[in-house]
Write a protein that binds this ligand. Structure first.
Ligand SMILES: Cc1cc2nc3c(=O)[nH]c(=O)nc-3n(C[C@H](O)[C@H](O)[C@H](O)COP(=O)(O)O)c2cc1C
Ligand code: SF4
Ligand code: SF4
Length: 277
């Protein structure tokens, strides 16, 4: 049986980790959205890499796992990339695996540049330090995998490195906007700067954006990965009437990942085949 890595990624942090580790341990790299209901996964080392949303794995990721027919692997590893705190998110993931009768052999967190609300609170230098730290952690994880070390699942306090406390004013300000304006006023809005390049449509990992009658239509299946807005070359996707800065979001995607890397992992393969990218 071969080694397989499944990834989910909006802005490339998790993709970069998944790709580098797969190279190091000779694993086949696959997007987790390629799995369908009823599929069976079989692998020697099975690795899942995903971002942390609201201190949990993305719902899309746990939904996909729950809908599998079975998982057979000699060891299962999960790696969560995160911007604030790992917290007990990998234990959440382990609970999902347990429903399928399997469990994690190891779980790791990799602190990475934050890509969502509050990310304006981090400097470029801090992001670069995190990226360098991520490379070191990838090397440690790869070494552990090669040496067959198992038996621990990392978790941290929600106050890890006091990052959440530093973010508190921005997060509270966002929360007040959310409470007083309502969640609907934060729905995705495409502004006039749009150049109709289709990148948002193609990069959405779950095909949640359509072009209907000359307009972008966002579906109801959004998993909140921020790929569409973070990869838009014109920053033309706002959350309601708010620009990125007004809700403390910094433009970010991993410096060593290109849009095409993620587009190749979505369901929108026609554009790739047709040579649009
Ligand atoms: C909607 C959303 C919610 C997030 N929630 C958290 C969180 O609860 N804790 C955290 O540490 N990071 C959180 N993040 C930050 C991401 O987990 C982090 O930047 C991750 O590395 C992004 O990975 P990607 O580039 O593979 O998409 C969140 C990001 C998004 C888009
Ligand atoms: S990525 Fe941005 S510019 Fe391109 S179609 Fe989408 S909203 Fe328009
Ligand atoms: S609509 Fe945007 S945020 Fe939602 S899943 Fe698609 S790319 Fe991610």
């Amino acid at each position: 049986m071969s080694n397989v890595t499944y990834y989910f990624s909006g802005t490339g942090n998790s993709y970069y980790v998944a790709k580098t580790i797969s190279n190091n341990i000779n694993a086949i790299l696959k997007p987790i959205v390629s799995l369908k209901k009823g599929d069976i996964i079989e692998a020697d080392t099975l690795c899942f890499v995903f971002p942390i949303y609201d201190f949990k794995p993305p719902k899309k990721v746990t939904d996909i796992i729950e809908n599998l027919s079975s998982i057979k692997a000699n060891r299962i590893i999960a790696i969560g990339t995160y911007g604030i705190a790992l917290s007990s998110s990998l234990n959440h993931f382990n609970n999902t695996l347990r429903k399928k009768g399997v469990a994690l052999s190891q779980g790791y967190g990799i602190k990475s540049p934050h890509n969502a609300v509050g990310s304006t609170g981090f400097t470029e230098e801090e992001n670069n330090i995190r990226l360098a730290h991520a490379d070191k952690k990838i090397a440690i994880i790869s070494k552990n995998l090669k040496e067959g070390i198992t038996g621990f699942v990392e978790r941290t306090s929600i106050f890890e490195d006091r990052t959440i406390i530093r973010q508190f004013p921005n997060l509270m300000s966002f929360l007040f906007k959310l409470i007083f304006k309502g969640a609907k006023s934060f729905s995705f809005t495409v502004m006039q700067d749009c150049i109709s390049c289709n990148q948002c449509i193609n990069i959405c990992p779950i095909n949640n954006i359509e072009w209907v009658n000359g307009k972008h239509v966002f579906g109801s299946d959004c998993t909140g990965c921020f790929a569409c807005l973070q990869w838009c070359p014109k920053a033309a996707i706002h959350l309601g009437k708010y620009s990125f800065e007004e809700i403390f979001i910094k433009h970010y995607h991993h410096p060593k990942v290109k849009a095409i890397d993620l587009i190749q992992g979505t369901h929108n393969q026609d554009h790739v085949k047709n040579g649009l990218y």
